[in-house]
Design a protein around this ligand. Structure first.
Ligand code: NAG
Ligand code: NAG
Ligand code: NAG
Ligand code: NAG
Ligand code: NAG
Ligand code: NAG
Ligand code: NAG
Ligand code: NAG
Ligand code: NAG
Ligand code: NAG
Ligand code: NAG
Length: 324
């Protein structure tokens, strides 16, 4: 009896899943840039368990990250520059400003990820409009082979605290991502002026900055999955602003990606609270190891809406199974 019921539930679940998969266009495009929580089933929907390698901007760093058993996502920066000691024209290379030289080009970076066992995802942080423009043909060419999670990241708006770095052009980036790699996860954030470099230890994302981002996505009719990269020390100071950012009906699946620089002032208790309140199913944590190890994400109280929904589905299936 119990056995029959379990079989029935399993069958129903399989039918449900098949039905849901068929909603996607299964030919070619559906395997491009899959959802990380599906691609990494071991995290069981807890996105904070995803382990990041940061600034994977050289052949050595890439080798190290690809051969690591722990690393799941590779974050890397794209600038316009030259391959070491070559005399060629400017191409997209993996480097962090102010560097304009690297032993790793974007094309190489992608090829090596494609040729590895495709067990890891990537996040490309475009540092200028031109870097993105000249990367688009390469992304388009390799699109069908990018069968692992791909985040396309750029700072498209000025942010805290009175940041003066020029952001990328929001419209061009959003349009370009849509046209080049519509399956990708859009990672769009704000420039920041914070931390050791500026001696700034106080700040937050303002209501206006949050609203400007939501308006930009709306104006550009974004329908891709979105994650908002926010700097840990700044986000922790205003949980409500961050909740507003995530509380939009049109972008239901939006997530946060919390990042931090070495030496940033971060209120660990507030950051832990932010992550648990938003939900570990909605927050990627790409911060230095010493900060990550201090976070207290023990799920004391609330159940996330996603978990609640799963529970709801299970219960409904149980009832259904009994009726059959
Ligand atoms: C799926 O995508 C392919 C290639 O992009 C296209 O030719 C086909 O018409 C699409 N099918 C559906 C059902 O959308
Ligand atoms: C999520 O993962 C973190 C580790 O990143 C862990 O501390 C926490 O207990 C987990 N929470 C849930 C609800 O699984
Ligand atoms: C680099 O290329 C330019 C133009 O193609 C050429 O004039 C120059 O001699 C080259 N320099 C070296 C060191 O090869
Ligand atoms: C290539 O250039 C980068 C940046 O200038 C440097 O860090 C790296 O060591 C160089 N690699 C080689 C193989 O020359
Ligand atoms: C790919 O998988 C093979 C066999 O499991 C393993 O020997 C190899 O080291 C893996 N390569 C990478 C880059 O992870
Ligand atoms: C991309 O995938 C296609 C089909 O699987 C394959 O023929 C091609 O060699 C791949 N390209 C690269 C750069 O790996
Ligand atoms: C940012 O600008 C505001 C308004 O101009 C000013 O009051 C504040 O001191 C500035 N903060 C920093 C850290 O520069
Ligand atoms: C930051 O503060 C330290 C000591 O308080 C000072 O030496 C340094 O010049 C300051 N740096 C900047 C960028 O203001
Ligand atoms: C791309 O943009 C078009 C036009 O605005 C829109 O209809 C479509 O849903 C967008 N696709 C994605 C994946 O964002
Ligand atoms: C989310 O938005 C809805 C309406 O758009 C509002 O009623 C609700 O209070 C908001 N929740 C939070 C946590 O901001
Ligand atoms: C971690 O957070 C939980 C829930 O908020 C709390 O019960 C627990 O005491 C905290 N643990 C530490 C070590 O602070």
């Amino acid at each position: 009896m119990a056995g029959t019921m379990i079989t029935t539930i399993a069958t129903l679940l399989a039918v449900f899943q098949a039905a849901m998969c068929n909603n996607n266009n299964a030919s070619s495009s559906s395997h491009v840039s899959p959802d990380p929580s599906k691609f990494f089933p071991a995290v069981n929907g807890n996105l904070t368990k995803i382990v990041w390698a940061h600034a994977v901007n050289s052949v050595a760093e890439l080798d190290k990250a690809l051969s690591s058993e722990d690393i799941m996502m590779l974050e890397a920066d794209v600038v316009v520059g030259k391959l070491n000691s070559s005399n060629q024209t400017d191409i997209p290379i993996m480097a962090h400003p102010p560097a304009v030289e690297s032993d790793l080009s974007l094309e190489n970076f992608l090829d090596l990820n494609i040729q590895s066992n495709k067990t890891k995802g990537i996040k490309l942080d475009f540092k200028s409009n031109q870097a993105f423009e000249i990367s688009k043909p390469i992304l388009a060419k390799l699109r069908a082979n990018l069968t692992f999670p791909v985040f396309l990241n750029a700072d498209i708006l000025p942010g805290p605290v009175n940041a003066t770095t020029t952001p990328l052009n929001a419209k061009d980036f959003l349009k370009g991502a849509n046209e080049t790699l519509p399956e990708s996860i859009l990672s769009v954030g704000w420039t920041t002026r914070y931390g050791k470099e500026f001696n700034i230890t106080e700040g937050r994302y303002s209501t206006k900055q949050i609203q400007t981002m939501l308006d930009a996505l709306k104006e550009n009719k974004v329908t891709q999955p979105v994650t908002y990269p926010v700097r840990a020390g700044l986000a922790a100071n205003d949980v409500d602003a961050i909740k507003t950012l995530l509380n939009t009906t049109s972008l239901k699946s939006a997530t946060l990606t919390i990042w931090s620089s070495e030496g940033d002032s971060v209120d660990v208790a507030k950051l832990s609270k932010l992550i648990t309140e938003v939900g570990v199913d909605k927050v990627y944590v790409d911060v230095p190891e010493d900060l990550k190890s201090k976070l207290n994400l023990s799920a004391a109280s609330t159940m996330s809406p996603a978990a609640m929904m799963n529970l709801g589905v299970s219960m409904a299936l149980l009832v259904l199974a009994r009726m059959l």
